[in-house]
Design a protein around this ligand. Structure first.
Ligand SMILES: *[C@@H]1O[C@H](CO)[C@@H](O)[C@H](O)[C@H]1NC(C)=O
Ligand SMILES: *[C@@H]1O[C@H](CO)[C@@H](O)[C@H](O)[C@H]1NC(C)=O
Ligand SMILES: *[C@@H]1O[C@H](CO)[C@@H](O)[C@H](O)[C@H]1NC(C)=O
Ligand SMILES: *[C@@H]1O[C@H](CO)[C@@H](O)[C@H](O)[C@H]1NC(C)=O
Ligand SMILES: *[C@@H]1O[C@H](CO)[C@@H](O)[C@H](O)[C@H]1NC(C)=O
Length: 436
């Protein structure tokens, strides 16, 4: 078992708890979290210890989520939580100017003179208002190879929700872990608390039986057998959508989500003809390409979806692959009969998301493009997003699995590994056995 470096809590009423004082005594260079895939919702789940006494809380991983939010109405028991008082440093740090009182039974989610934010269930697109609070959060550190001693953040900022906001989330889950680009997103708070690089990486598992991994901080990110994935990443700029994509927001708020600059799409190395203006933001922040862990499959605006699927069908047909009836939510399915296998999944035409130049592309192989829906059929794992969706392309979970993505907030760039299957490893190959 890992030893715990608990930080002495300043629980005295008169101690001013400034953010800069909230430094833990143990300074790891990186932290690690396990991430499972829920078989029924296809959500990616993590859990880590919180509160006093420490309890493990299960959460849905929301890559573009603004912050950590949890249900405070039911079962939030902690002697260490403190509400963020109106006009405090905490409120301004979290950009919360909304202040209020509460007239029901006092609990972590119900306090007077406390500022609030809008926790967002990005699965159901529902947002409510909830108090900003601080409490203890505790994660295992890592040297990139194994988990190590526990690092504790005594005054982690999170938002309370009511129980109803959990609707649509996997069973047993108590909230969402937002990894988005805000000062109080998990990556920024951990980087500030432990003074490590404002970088984090996600490596989602394709298996509902084995854990993938999230690293906070810089590499190495080592998967068995000794593959340091951080050494061979391809980089592309991240873009900020100036208009929030949250379910509820104030005018002027930017999006906390991670957008990349897809310039064109190729199928079997042939360029697909697209309306390029859909690939950038318009003045209302509509358009562009983002990465999401709450959408199980990639979603494309209808004209893009049609162009890509038509090109794919044409290329697959020339390989003697035959179509069969579609199985929802997919629109294009094939018989397994003439489809061979490769190290990176079904032998189908590769799909390239071409980024800042022709030579920088995210290649999607069979393991990330084809979803097996029955004993004899595979479907192209893309979904039609309708005409004029908020974001033209949402790269979803299935396309991210067994690829490592590193988000570098300071340099505003994404590093991606392409399929780890090429390197004979997967995202479920992090060695979660603790050192020592
Ligand atoms: C907030 O203050 C009001 C008025 O003083 C009081 O009625 C209410 O119970 C307080 N709420 C909490 C949660 O303490
Ligand atoms: C804080 O909110 C204001 C207005 O809603 C917005 O313009 C600003 O970008 C926000 N700042 C951060 C750091 O989110
Ligand atoms: C391309 O997309 C933009 C944005 O939706 C739209 O205004 C325009 O009419 C489209 N152009 C064509 C040729 O379809
Ligand atoms: C497809 O099938 C035809 C007829 O059976 C055959 O001649 C051709 O070589 C096949 N092509 C491929 C790419 O397998
Ligand atoms: C996993 O890590 C533990 C602790 O360092 C080590 O004893 C074990 O050999 C590792 N497993 C593999 C398969 O390398």
């Amino acid at each position: 078992m890992a030893s715990s470096f608990q930080f002495l809590l300043f629980s005295l009423l008169f101690t001013s708890i400034s953010l800069s004082h909230a430094q833990p005594s143990f300074r790891p260079n990186a932290l690690v979290l396990p991430v499972s895939k829920d078989a029924s919702t296809l959500q990616y789940l993590t859990h880590f210890k919180q509160r006093t006494p420490l309890v493990s809380v299960s959460l849905v991983v929301d890559l573009g989520g603004q912050f950590l939010w949890v249900d405070c109405d039911q079962g939030y028991i902690s002697s260490s939580y403190t509400p963020a008082r109106c006009r405090s440093k905490q409120c301004s740090f979290a950009n919360s100017t909304n202040c209020g009182n509460c007239f029901s039974t006092p609990n972590p989610g119900c306090n007077n003179n406390t500022c609030s934010l809008t926790p967002d269930n990005s699965v159901t697109h529902t947002a409510t208002r909830g108090n900003l609070i601080q409490d203890v959060v505790s994660l295992q550190s890592t040297d990139g190879k194994n988990p190590g001693p526990v690092g504790t953040v005594p005054h982690f900022l999170l938002t309370c929700s009511s129980t109803v906001l959990l609707e649509g989330l996997a069973s047993g889950v108590k909230g969402m872990a937002g990894l988005g680009r805000t000062p109080i997103g998990l990556p920024s708070q951990f980087a500030a608390a432990f003074r490590f690089h404002r970088k984090f990486a996600i490596c989602l598992t394709s298996s509902t039986l084995a854990n993938g991994v999230i690293f906070f901080g810089d590499g190495p990110y080592v998967m068995l057998p000794k593959v340091d994935v951080s050494q061979s990443l391809i980089y592309t700029p991240l873009f900020i959508n100036p208009v929030s994509t949250a379910s509820a927001y104030s005018p002027g708020d930017a999006s906390a989500e991670y957008f990349v600059g897809v310039k064109s799409i190729k199928v079997n190395e042939k360029r697909v003809s697209l309306n390029a203006s859909l690939l950038s933001f318009d003045s209302k922040g509509v358009g562009g390409t983002k990465i999401s862990t709450v959408n199980p499959y990639t979603i494309m605006e209808t004209t893009i979806y049609n162009a890509v699927t038509e090109a794919f069908i044409k290329e697959a047909t020339s390989m003697n692959i035959t179509r069969v009836a579609a199985v929802a939510p997919f629109g294009v399915c094939f018989s397994l009969k003439n489809i061979g296998g490769t190290r990176v999944g079904a032998a189908v035409p590769p799909i390239d998301l071409v980024l800042q130049s022709e030579s920088v592309y995210w290649r999607i192989f069979g393991a990330n493009s084809m979803v097996q829906v029955s004993d004899d059929a595979l479907c192209l794992g893309f979904v039609d997003g309708g005409l004029s969706p908020r974001t033209s392309i949402v790269i979803g979970g299935y396309q991210l699995e067994d690829n490592l993505l590193q988000f570098d907030l300071a340099r505003s760039r994404l590093g991606f590994s392409s399929s780890l299957l090429f390197r004979q490893t997967t995202c479920s190959n992090f060695n979660f056995t603790s050192n020592a």
